[in-house]
Design a protein around this ligand. Structure first.
Ligand SMILES: Cc1cc2nc3c(=O)[nH]c(=O)nc-3n(C[C@H](O)[C@H](O)[C@H](O)COP(=O)(O)OP(=O)(O)OC[C@H]3O[C@@H](n4cnc5c(N)ncnc54)[C@H](O)[C@@H]3O)c2cc1C
Length: 474
């Protein structure tokens, strides 16, 4: 098929979807091309889910500025878009004189960056905030928080869609041609003709940048592995606990999730493989040991799952990590916005990033603003909202009604992980052992998909390999 849009955004993660939502305020026709079957299958669904305060980034950097803005607006955004967010605060725990100096400098840097609510606290105050923490003193950031990274991204994407943006999932961009000032973008069997292109492809952004003719960027992957602890641990950890950071790495931390689990991680391992998310057993042990020096409650029996994410870090020729790059290269392509190196704090900064891209495009384009734009998204439909309380996932109390609603989601996502991220089914202690097949059958029945065609997540992640025997045509 041949499609024609004013603006095509490549990448449907939190950054691409935020840009789509901002642009949906205008009458421009906008499409998002996403290579995965959902918008949270890459980095936006694989992170610490911390809303950062903005103190850990170099003075004057875009990372600092956009993070501080993102932090300030997160409460209002969560109200508007109905995703869970808690401004719980966070501590960075120290023990030595050097730690103390680093934390004092971090506070100064934070205030210079425009952050607020930063202070040094003594051992008594630290233990009042986080009872079992191991440390002598800490920096307290009262405005840091945690959010649900799945619903945050999904609700932004769904709201963009409700305001007219078209999502093309499972559409991997393979080439971009330019003719008479227009772009012709190939994705699978389809071609998308567009005036504007926005490269928000995360780990794929360097490849898209090369396709646009903007060459020379060096992007390395930094893989972070995590453990997920059972919900019995959440009540023991009121806020994220971090070690003293370096300028480039926050360190292995323990973080409560908005649903009451605890995540432990990440380590940071350079990788060229941007699609391998497995967590090796030795890394699990390493995470447990490292984080146990901060918080004593990490026992093997409470680990219910592992996951990992990969940061796209733009580096210079000497390997030094660079700031976010958000540019229009007039010398190469004056109708392309190129985003490179959107690593942490990209989750916190996504909406300010999108507002920056919106200004860059609308300053040059002749787009009218809509009068009927609606930025509201309902809160997730949960157990208490369901009329019929037939349970499908009894670990997380998820009803059939919630699953069926999730199956009929606006973006048309039909993977098991898509249902999981929208409902929390399969996220509990049994990790889908009891509910997985029931959910698979519901997807089959409600969407008319054959059982062997249901996928867990990304291409190739089949749940069933095929039939064990034929039933004589019955
Ligand atoms: C371990 C880790 C911890 C983190 N912790 C935090 C944190 O606590 N707080 C915080 O603020 N930030 C954190 N971050 C950073 C944050 O998660 C990212 O900056 C943010 O999610 C980036 O969003 P994105 O939309 O740019 O990337 P993505 O979510 O990766 O979206 C890009 C999309 O582009 C698609 N794509 C790529 N190539 C193509 C192509 N050729 N065609 C079509 N589609 C394509 C991908 O499938 C992907 O869905 C963390 C990241 C990691 C890895």
């Amino acid at each position: 098929m041949h499609y024609r849009f004013d603006i095509v955004i490549i990448g449907g993660g939190v950054v691409g979807s935020s840009i789509a939502r901002e642009l949906s305020r205008t009458t421009a026709s906008v499409a998002v091309l996403e290579r995965n079957p959902d918008v949270v299958d890459e980095t936006s669904g694989r992170n610490s889910a911390v809303v950062h305060g903005g103190f850990a980034y170099d003075r004057g950097s875009l990372k600092a500025k956009l993070c501080v803005e993102g932090n300030r607006m997160m409460g209002a955004l969560s109200e508007e878009l109905g995703f869970p967010f808690v401004r719980c605060g966070k501590v960075l725990v120290g023990n030595t004189d050097e730690d103390l100096r680093t934390l004092e400098n971090t506070i100064k840097q934070g205030y210079d960056n425009g952050a607020s609510g930063l202070s040094l606290i003594d051992s008594a105050k630290l233990h009042e905030l986080v009872p079992a923490v191991i440390g002598s003193f800490a920096m307290f950031s009262e405005n840091s928080g945690i959010l649900d990274p799945f619903l945050y991204t999904i609700h932004i994407a769904e709201n963009a869609h409700e305001n007219g943006v078209e999502y093309f999932l499972s559409h991997e961009v393979s080439s971009i041609a330019k003719k008479d000032g227009r772009h012709f973008i190939s994705a699978g069997d389809d071609t998308f003709e567009a005036d504007w292109v926005v490269n928000a492809a995360g780990l794929g952004a360097k490849a898209i940048s090369d396709m646009l003719g903007i060459e020379g960027y060096k992007v390395i992957g930094s893989k972070g592995n995590y453990l997920v602890l059972d919900k019995t641990l959440g009540p023991l950890l009121p806020m994220p606990v971090y070690p003293v950071p370096s300028n480039t790495y926050m360190g292995i931390h323990v973080t409560p999730t908005v649903d009451g689990n605890v995540t432990v991680g990440p380590d940071a391992i350079n990788t060229d493989d941007f699609s391998y998310y497995g967590v090796p057993a030795d890394k699990m042990e390493y995470l447990r040991e490292s984080a146990s020096s901060l918080w004593p409650h990490i026992n093997k029996k409470d680990v219910i799952r592992t996951f990992s994410g990969i940061l796209p870090k733009w580096v210079d020729d000497n390997g030094k990590i660079q700031d976010f790059r958000i540019e229009i290269r007039d010398d190469i392509d004056s109708m392309a916005v190129n985003l490179i190196g959107i690593e942490s704090p990209g989750l916190t900064a996504a909406v300010p990033i999108s507002r920056m891209v919106f200004s860059m495009i609308t300053e040059r384009g002749q787009f009218q603003m809509k009068t009927d734009w609606n930025g509201h998204h309902d809160k997730p439909f949960r157990f208490s909202d369901a009329d019929d309380k037939t349970l499908i996932c009894s670990c997380e109390n998820v009803t059939e009604e919630e699953i069926v609603r999730a199956i009929h989601n606006p973006l048309g996502v039909h993977t098991l992980s898509g249902i999981k991220y929208r409902t929390r089914a399969m996220m509990g202690r049994c990790q889908s052992g009891f509910c997985h097949m029931k959910i698979e059958h519901l997807i089959e029945r409600k969407c008319g998909i054959r059982a062997e065609d249901v996928r867990y997540m990304r291409p190739g992640s089949w749940v069933l390999a095929g039939k064990m025997r034929e039933c004589n045509g019955k």
